[in-house]
Design a protein around this ligand. Structure first.
Ligand SMILES: [Fe+2]
Length: 380
C-alpha cells in the first residue's frame, strides 16, 4: 500500500494520498484545492491513477479540491451519506467499504463535528486483514476532539453536536484497537480544534491515554468542556461551506450570493468549468431595437469607452452600460483588467470577488473566453 500525508501549514490541514501500488489505483482523502497538481504528480510518479476522492465531511475552513480532482481524473467522489452536496457523488453509508486493489477504505459514521462525518478505516490486504490506520477527519484530532459548533444549526444545536461527537468517539473510534495509526485532518494552528499537537500522527492507544478530550467521565462533562471557549470561526466559513456544497469556487459562490441573492440580478454561470470561469451578468432591460445590436466583440470593444464593460457578442452597448451603471449605483466596485494582450479586446472587468465579468445578454452559442491569467500561464 502507498501512503503519503500532504500538509498545508497555512491552515494546518492534512490530506492523504493512499492506495494500492500493485494495481495502480489510489484515492485522495480530504484534498486541498491548492494541492491538486501535487496529488496528480505523486500518483503519476507511482504509475497509479486516482480513482476515488473521499471527504470526511463538508469542510468549513477551506475550499476542497474534490471537484477539480474528479474533473481531471474521472474519479468517483465519495462523501458521507447526508452531506447535502449538490454535485454527483456516491453517498457512503456507515460501514460501507470501497476497495481499490488491495487497499480497503471502510466508512465509520462519526457525526458531531459535522452532522454527516465519516472516519475511514484503512486496511492493506496485501499485508493483513486487520486495519492498519484510521483517518479520523475532524472527529478525533491529535490532542483534542473536533469543535462541535461550525456546522451546528437548526435541529443540530452546538450541545447536541457535542453529545453526538462524544458517542461517535466512545461508541465507534474507541472500540478500535490501540495499535491503529491515527491520522486526522488537522494539526496545531487549525481553528477546527483547540490545543492540537503540531505532530500530525498518533495512535489510537496513545490518544486514548493522553488526549485531554478523552479523559471526561461522562457525555455531559465532555459536552460542557467542548462547548466552552470555542475559538473564533474561520473567516468566511459559511461561504466556504456553501462553495463546497455546490462544488463551485469560493469567488463564484460569493458572487452568486451577492448578485442573485442580494441584488436579484440574473447570472449565467454555465462557464464555471475549470479555467473558463466567466460570469455573465444578464441585462435586466433588453435592447429596444435590433439596430443597437453589435455583431462582434471587436466592434463592441472598439466602440466602447475605456471604462466600458466588456459586452459580449450579441449584446448591445446600451444594455451593457445600463447594467454596468446600475451595478455601480448599487455599490459594486469593479477592477479593470486589460485583456487585449490575449484576445485583442479592450478591457475586462473583475468583480469584487475576483470573477471575470461579462455584462450583457450572451448570444446563444457564443464562445466563452478563458480566464486570462490562466490562459497566459498556459500559453507563454
Ligand atoms: Fe472540519
Amino acid at each position: 500500500m502507498f501512503f503519503r500525508q500532504l500538509l498545508v501549514e497555512e491552515t494546518a490541514c492534512a490530506s492523504y494520498l493512499v492506495g494500492c501500488k500493485t494495481k495502480g489505483t489510489f484515492a485522495v482523502v480530504d484534498p486541498r484545492v491548492e494541492l491538486v497538481d501535487d496529488y496528480l504528480a505523486l500518483a503519476d510518479g507511482q504509475g497509479a491513477r486516482i480513482d476515488a476522492v473521499f471527504e470526511t465531511h463538508l469542510q468549513a475552513d477551506h475550499v476542497f479540491g474534490l471537484p477539480q480532482l474528479v474533473e481531471r481524473t474521472g474519479a468517483t467522489a465519495y462523501l458521507p451519506e447526508g452531506s447535502g452536496v449538490e454535485f454527483e457523488h456516491w453517498a457512503l453509508a456507515d460501514g460501507e467499504s470501497v476497495r481499490l486493489g488491495n487497499t480497503e477504505f471502510r466508512a465509520l459514521a462519526t457525526p458531531g463535528h459535522a452532522p454527516a462525518h465519516h472516519a475511514y478505516l484503512v486496511t492493506d490486504h496485501a499485508r493483513s486483514p486487520d486495519p492498519w490506520m484510521v483517518l479520523t477527519g475532524d472527529a478525533l484530532l491529535v490532542g483534542d476532539a473536533g469543535r462541535p459548533d461550525l456546522h451546528a444549526h437548526g435541529a443540530h444545536t452546538v450541545e447536541q453536536m457535542a453529545r453526538s461527537l462524544y458517542r461517535s468517539i466512545t461508541d465507534k473510534l474507541l472500540t478500535l484497537p490501540d495499535d491503529l495509526v491515527l491520522f486526522a485532518a488537522h494539526h496545531s494552528g487549525s481553528v477546527c480544534g483547540r490545543g492540537l499537537s503540531p505532530t500530525p500522527v498518533s495512535t489510537l492507544g496513545y490518544e486514548r491515554r493522553n488526549n485531554k478530550a478523552l479523559q471526561f467521565g461522562s457525555e455531559e462533562e465532555f459536552a460542557s468542556a467542548l462547548t466552552a471557549d470555542t475559538p473564533p470561526a474561520p473567516p468566511e466559513h459559511a461561504a466556504i461551506v456553501a462553495a463546497n456544497r455546490s462544488g463551485r469556487s469560493l469567488a463564484l459562490t460569493q458572487a452568486l450570493e451577492f448578485y442573485v441573492g442580494k441584488l436579484g440580478i440574473e447570472v449565467n454561470t454555465d462557464a464555471d468549468l475549470g479555467f473558463m470561469r466567466w460570469l455573465t451578468v444578464k441585462c435586466p432591460r433588453r435592447s429596444r431595437s435590433s439596430d443597437h445590436r453589435f455583431t462582434s466583440s471587436t466592434r463592441t470593444t472598439r466602440d466602447s469607452s475605456p471604462r466600458a464593460p466588456w459586452a459580449s457578442p450579441g449584446s448591445s452597448v446600451d444594455d451593457a452600460h445600463t447594467t454596468y451603471e446600475e451595478l455601480l449605483a448599487k455599490g459594486v466596485e469593479f477592477t479593470e483588467e486589460p485583456t487585449e494582450r490575449f484576445y485583442g479586446t479592450g478591457c475586462g472587468l473583475r468583480d469584487p470577488f475576483g470573477n471575470h465579468l461579462r455584462i450583457g445578454e450572451p448570444k446563444e452559442g457564443a464562445i466563452e473566453m478563458p480566464d486570462p491569467t490562466q490562459f497566459a500561464a498556459e500559453n507563454t
